[in-house]
Design a protein around this ligand. Structure first.
Ligand SMILES: [Fe+2]
Ligand SMILES: [Fe+2]
Length: 372
């Protein structure tokens, strides 16, 4: 069994120095190569025997949308959007004592600039994460041994291309800057792609990365008053709910035949992914761009009393799905203990995402309204 240090590169979850020591060195490179060692599997069994996957595939074929359907002519005033977000979130100086910190003398213009950069950063990470999903699902088409799963994954490849496209277009046309991929997110995506076991691609991408994305998109969708972004997120979310369901339905079957030690490896992978995703939310690249001492800034961020609640909510889809897959309680509850340490175990009985796609199908609803 791996030690915490072997899994995440540090002993203490909140070791700020170790977290910030991971940075992207090649931010100017236009390409990044990851060696994938997985076998591409042909199957000669063309029988569609997995009814839930077949149903999901049929749903995916009729729920495709076109990025051109979104109202791209909407005028977006990014300052107004950032201000509205700040009003909703409340002001940091009302929650934290900023005396003696790098923010001591910050006024409205500095906080506004931070709001704008934070939005640029967040949407950039969404875009890069979507490209990770595009690559992972193309990999699943090759590596999964079941024909129903290859069919379904091929629809997801198309969905993810559309997601990369809409986030990229939104960043280019409506926002004011693009950030390189966050170092922790890149590390996680690299690990997922490099793993030769097909089910690890699913666990890393469909359960962990997409589970978090579904929750994060949900927040932003609820919070934003910007109509283009709101609709864009609604459409993306209706796809993402299917993607997470794909992971839950496929892994549920596969995990039933794994040995205890193989399940334990999956638990460790889930824990490592959870830590990487938590680390990325420190937004270290934003502080760097604003010329603030990153370590000092992060120390302040960690003091925000609202932060643990918000951060934990991002795991509200992941934890019930891990429970449904039997990952929480296997190996004497190893992952339950880790998720308790991360402060996210309270979501274990929230609704899992095996069927949520049926209620999130906004595209079908919109089409029905237009046709009526
Ligand atoms: Fe996506
Ligand atoms: Fe997805």
């Amino acid at each position: 069994m791996a030690s915490t240090e072997e899994m995440i590169g540090r002993q203490d979850l909140d070791d700020v120095e170790a977290i910030l020591a991971i940075t992207n060195q090649d931010v100017d490179a236009v390409a990044h190569a990851v060696r994938a060692e997985a076998d591409a599997i042909f199957t000669w069994d063309y029988e569609q025997s997995r009814k839930p996957l077949q149903k999901l595939y049929e749903k995916a074929k009729t729920s495709q949308w076109n990025s051109k359907d979104l109202p791209w002519d909407t005028e977006v005033d990014q300052e107004q959007v950032a201000l509205a977000n700040q009003v909703q979130n409340g002001w940091a100086e009302n929650r934290i004592d900023l005396a003696g910190t790098p923010f001591e003398h910050w006024g409205d213009p500095e906080w506004l600039r931070f709001g704008i950069e934070s939005q640029n950063w967040t949407l950039s990470q969404f875009m890069h994460g979507e490209q990770g999903a595009l690559i992972c699902t193309a990999q699943i088409v090759e590596t999964v041994p079941w024909i129903d799963a290859k069919y379904y994954a091929s629809t997801q490849v198309m969905d993810e291309a559309r997601h990369v496209e809409v986030f990229s277009r939104y960043l280019n046309e409506k926002l004011s800057g693009i950030y390189p991929i966050n170092a922790h997110l890149r590390m996680l995506l690299d690990d997922i792609i490099a793993d030769s076991r097909w089910d690890m691609t699913y666990l890393g991408m469909q359960i962990m990365v997409e589970g978090l994305a579904l929750a994060a998109f949900g927040f932003m969708h609820q919070m934003t008053t910007e109509p283009l972004l709101k609709q864009l997120l609604r459409y993306v979310m209706s796809d993402e709910a299917r993607h997470v369901a794909f992971g839950v339905l496929s892994l549920k079957e596969y995990y039933e035949q794994l040995s205890a030690s193989e399940i334990r490896e999956r638990q460790e992978f889930a824990f490592e992914a959870a830590v990487r995703m938590r680390d990325r939310f420190l937004q270290q690249e934003v502080w760097e761009r604003l010329g603030v001492d990153v370590k000092e800034a992060v120390k302040v961020v960690l003091q925000d009393p609202d932060r643990p609640v918000f951060q934990a909510l991002l795991f509200s889809k992941i934890v019930p799905n891990c429970k449904k897959l039997g990952l929480l309680d296997a190996a004497d509850g190893w992952l339950r203990t880790r998720f308790t340490e991360l402060g996210v175990i309270q979501f274990e009985d929230w609704v899992d995402t095996g069927e949520e796609y049926t209620t999130l199908d906004e595209v079908a609803r919109d089409r029905a309204t237009t046709a009526a």
